[in-house]
Design a protein around this ligand. Structure first.
Ligand SMILES: [Zn+2]
Ligand SMILES: [Zn+2]
Length: 146
């Protein structure tokens, strides 16, 4: 039996607060150019969780939807007040939401297990050589790396 995990987080201004509860989480570095633009950093760290366990406790996110390289829609949600990136949902991965690790109150609880789009990484991005890397894209939708 898996341990239940509770994650609390929110945006910079505090307008949006969320809680996620569920059985397991995995986290990944994503080095794709879209994540770079959307976060303003060299990469993003996304925490992959079941969307059903996510509750928006206060505020409301705004979403920006774009067609990804896969040809499917990907929606990035952020706080409309302060612009902090919070969640990503992809049409390719129904029932899954990625929480931006930096929006967690306790990001130290998260341990990234793999990296995606490493072929696109900027030279000054931190790359953990010990982690499984996907030069393009990431694990297939059914594949869970924990
Ligand atoms: Zn905010
Ligand atoms: Zn990405």
């Amino acid at each position: 039996m898996q341990e239940m995990v509770t994650l609390n987080g929110g945006c910079l201004c505090g307008a949006v607060r969320y809680q996620w509860r569920g059985a397991s989480v995995s986290a990944t570095y994503c080095h794709c150019p879209d994540c770079r633009k959307a976060t303003g950093g060299p990469y993003t760290v996304g925490v992959r969780v079941d969307a059903a366990g996510l509750t928006i406790c206060s505020g409301k996110t705004k979403g920006y939807t774009k067609i990804a390289d896969s040809g499917r829609q990907i929606t990035r949600e952020f706080c409309p007040e302060c612009g902090s990136p919070l969640f990503t949902r992809g049409e390719k991965y129904p029932g899954v939401v990625w929480i931006k690790a930096g929006s967690l109150d306790t990001p130290e609880l998260i341990k990234p297990t793999h990296q995606t789009w490493t072929a696109m990484a900027v030279p000054w991005a931190y790359l953990d050589k010990g982690l499984r890397s996907f030069p393009r894209d990431g694990p297939s939708p059914g594949e869970k790396i924990v």
